[in-house]
Design a binder for this molecule. Structure first.
Ligand code: IMP
Ligand code: MG
Length: 203
């Protein structure tokens, strides 16, 4: 039987090679946050969150789909007894800007009444999506409600929202990877990258 083909030394193909095949990595202008830096910061955030909720009941509420990678990595580093639930929202707006008018496309499976809720978001930009979510969740009477966002864009907020735990402050650029998408693509990039402007300007 012929031996199975393996990449040289068992290493994955370099991004450039992948890009030349699929245009996947080649549409990235710049890596803003490397995989290594993401891992390191998520570990720090987990310690922060752990310090706050130690000994308490906790429900992590992830906002699909953007927060999926972040939430699963964060949760794995929390030595707490916790539950994980998800909401999916779709925002009316153009491809790269939210309007703040949000529709819930998947609601939580369980009740959060009387529970400590940590809302896990991918990125806070205008703050409009987060404001909607916080108002919605608050109306269900949780014992506490706080926010952990991987990214916080340095932009003037359209909605005044408090984010208790922030992974990284980033400039006002459109980013993809580690859960964040453009037109449902790029979520599986292991890093956060800036998408080349011509990718979204032409689509
Ligand atoms: P906001 O309502 O303007 O704060 O936008 C928040 C939502 O818009 C996020 O949860 C993302 O789904 C999306 N979003 C905002 N900025 C980016 C980005 O740079 N890349 C990908 N999605 C983004
Ligand atoms: Mg999102």
């Amino acid at each position: 039987m012929a031996p199975r083909e393996r990449p040289l030394d068992g290493l994955p193909s370099p991004p450039a090679a992948l890009g030349s095949r699929s245009g996947f990595h080649t549409n990235i202008e710049e890596i803003l946050i490397s995989e290594h830096d993401l891992n390191r910061r998520v570990t720090e955030l987990a310690a922060e969150v752990q310090g706050y909720y130690a000994g308490q009941d906790l429900v992590l509420v992830g906002v699909l789909k953007g927060a999926i990678m972040f939430m699963t990595d964060l949760a794995r580093q929390l030595p707490l007894s916790l539950e994980m639930d998800f909401m999916a929202v779709s925002s009316y707006g153009n491809a790269t800007q939210s309007s703040g008018v949000v529709r819930i496309t998947k609601d939580l499976d369980g009740s959060i009444e009387g529970r400590n809720v940590l809302l896990v978001e991918d990125v806070v930009d205008s703050g409009l999506t987060l404001r909607y979510l916080l108002e919605n969740l608050r109306s269900r009477n949780p014992a506490s409600l706080r926010v952990c966002a991987l990214l916080n864009k340095r932009v003037p907020r359209k909605a005044n929202v408090t984010v208790e735990h922030i992974g990284f402050e980033i400039p006002n650029r459109f980013v993809v990877g580690y859960g964040l998408d453009f037109a449902e693509n790029y979520r599986n990039l292991p890093y956060i990258g800036v998408l080349k402007t011509d990718v979204y300007a032409t689509s």
